[in-house]
Design a protein around this ligand. Structure first.
Ligand SMILES: *[C@@H]1O[C@H](CO)[C@@H](O)[C@H](O)[C@H]1NC(C)=O
Ligand SMILES: *[C@@H]1O[C@H](CO)[C@@H](O)[C@H](O)[C@H]1NC(C)=O
Length: 511
């Protein structure tokens, strides 16, 4: 903490003219507050630990049951109309992720509209990279038409540069929630942080961040920060959407490409203009001086310790995404690591007074603890679900059973998973499962998103269902819980196989 000035408690109001100066101070305060999360939870696909909710619950953050009801409208008890918005890059890697996500939504009949914001495609005609990828960061970049071609193989797709057609809104607010019609919206690339100027723009000075333990961390993004696409892509889409679409009753749900639907997403809260909601993250900021006169530590815990899914009323999206976009570059200069975009989100929300209704238990798998089951029946079902899949994988490693039913089929009744799995981490289990305490005969079965082949959904290249990856050596899992590690592997592997099957069956029908 010694690196943070302790005299932050000035009255600072971030006006549009003072973004840089104010954001500097804000960043310091916010970054300190997020440190706990960041130091405990390593980068995506790494060994992010169960850092967030559980470890910070001692701060006294309210659970959903205890939240004050002032933000809940008593007038309008109409359910939310959700409009899911996903921001991705234009690689074959995020393409399979989002397609798998859309299939998972369809498989559990999630109602709502879907918009997929794709940033930074190659120019048409410049398809040199296409088809040359591997997995993860080594995937190939695509042109809009290459992306669209593959999406169109799976779903009836519309481009958002057309006025949204009635017939394209199949999965709207009626009961027709079994066919997803994604809208694609293409935007420029926003990852070049040099365009925002500042002391690091020319690349000669490196951004660093001094952690609480005094250790200097270097960002590994240089001047290319992929997550700057999120706020800017959203803003780009919102400008376009508001001009072309008349609906003003929707709640925009922002999720990342590596989210899967395990269960229907619903909210008890009605999201209204000025009253967003989000998943509660453990971004505790106890004891840290707060630069906003209006934002106390308690307020941060209660309203701004937010992360995806973010749920924002459409009327708020334009101004919010603008503020969020403005705050990413100065945040990134101070904090050149993965979650700069998340800090910037919280700061923008605090600055605009958009108090979030923070909700627990809407996702699992990453940056949060595994769900806690207290009911004996559910606990039994958890154990049985895990054992069933582990035994299946052990005994029939090439069994087509692994394709059955999609992600939700991993959870035996009465076990009811949270709406989302966020598979940013690595998950593993060993077989034989019953005596899985690590003797050398054990086989490790694991999943990590970056190891998936970039064209995993291709029926010709990958005719067989995906199986969990195999290893004879120890593969770390996520956050200890053995049963939930099995179920995470099961859910994502089955979700991929479900998406493969749906796409390939459609292919076969069309030929
Ligand atoms: C919509 O975008 C596509 C690809 O980006 C383009 O080819 C098409 O001409 C656009 N259509 C309209 C109506 O602007
Ligand atoms: C990034 O932006 C800077 C400043 O506008 C420009 O000079 C540079 O060429 C850009 N880099 C890439 C890779 O486009």
């Amino acid at each position: 903490m010694s690196n943070f000035p302790s005299q932050n408690k000035r009255k600072i109001r971030v006006g549009t003219n003072h973004v840089l100066a104010a954001a500097f101070v804000l960043v310091i305060a916010f970054v300190s507050s997020f440190l706990r999360l960041l130091t405990l939870s390593s980068i995506h696909d790494g060994s992010s630990s169960a850092a967030a909710e559980n470890t910070n619950s001692a701060i006294g953050a309210p659970g959903i049951q205890q939240l004050d009801t002032s933000a809940i409208s008593t007038k309008s008890k109409r359910p939310n109309s959700f409009h899911f918005v996903i921001s991705s890059d234009c690689t074959s890697y995020q393409r399979w992720e989002v397609l798998v996500q859309l299939h998972s939504a369809q498989s559990i009949r999630q109602c709502g509209r879907y918009t997929w914001i794709v940033s930074g495609c190659l120019e048409e005609g410049d398809g040199a990279e296409a088809g040359k990828g591997k997995g993860g960061a080594h995937s190939d970049k695509l042109t809009p038409s290459l992306l669209l071609e593959e999406v169109g193989r799976h779903f009836p797709v519309t481009l958002s540069n057309h006025t949204v057609a009635k017939e394209a809104i199949g999965a709207k607010d009626d009961n027709d929630c079994h066919t997803i019609h994604p809208h694609l919206h293409f935007t420029p690339d926003f990852t070049n942080m040099s365009v925002y100027g500042g002391p690091f723009a020319d690349g000669t000075r490196k951004r660093t961040f001094k952690g609480r333990n005094g250790k200097i961390q270097q960002g590994n993004y240089g001047n290319t920060y992929p997550f700057n696409n999120k706020p800017n892509g959203l803003n780009h889409w919102a400008q376009h959407f508001l001009r072309n679409d008349e609906r003003r009753d929707e709640s925009i749900v922002l999720i990342d490409p590596d989210f899967l639907f395990l269960n229907k997403f619903e909210l008890d809260e009605i999201v209204l203009p000025g009253k967003p909601a989000a998943a509660k993250y453990g971004l505790g900021w106890s004891g840290i001086p707060c630069p906003f006169i209006s934002v106390t530590n308690k307020d941060v815990n209660n309203f701004y310790s937010a992360g995806p899914p973010y749920v924002i009323h459409i009327e708020d999206v334009l101004k919010f995404s603008k503020r969020w976009s403005d705050l990413v570059p100065p945040t990134f200069d101070e904090y050149p690591l993965l979650y700069a975009e998340m800090f910037a989100y919280s700061m923008a929300a605090a600055d605009l007074g958009l108090k979030h209704k923070l909700v627990k238990n809407i996702f699992s798998g990453c940056m949060t603890g595994w769900p806690h089951t207290h009911e004996k029946e559910e606990l039994n079902a958890l154990k049985l679900s895990a054992k069933t899949y582990a035994d299946l994988i052990e005994n029939a490693p090439l069994g087509l059973e692994a394709t059955g039913g999609g992600a939700s089929s991993c959870f035996l009744s009465p076990l009811s998973p949270p709406p989302f799995l966020h598979y940013c981490a690595r998950y593993s289990f060993v077989t034989p499962f019953s005596n899985s305490d690590g003797d050398n005969s054990n086989v490790y079965h694991w999943f990590a998103k970056r190891h998936v082949d970039h064209d995993i959904l291709d029926c010709g290249e990958h005719p067989q269902p995906l199986q969990p990856f195999l290893s004879n050596q120890h593969e770390r899992g996520e956050g200890g819980d053995k049963d939930w590690n099995v179920l995470a592997v099961c859910a994502i592997v089955r979700a991929i196989n479900y998406a493969k099957r749906m796409g390939c069956e459609k292919d076969a029908m069309n030929h």
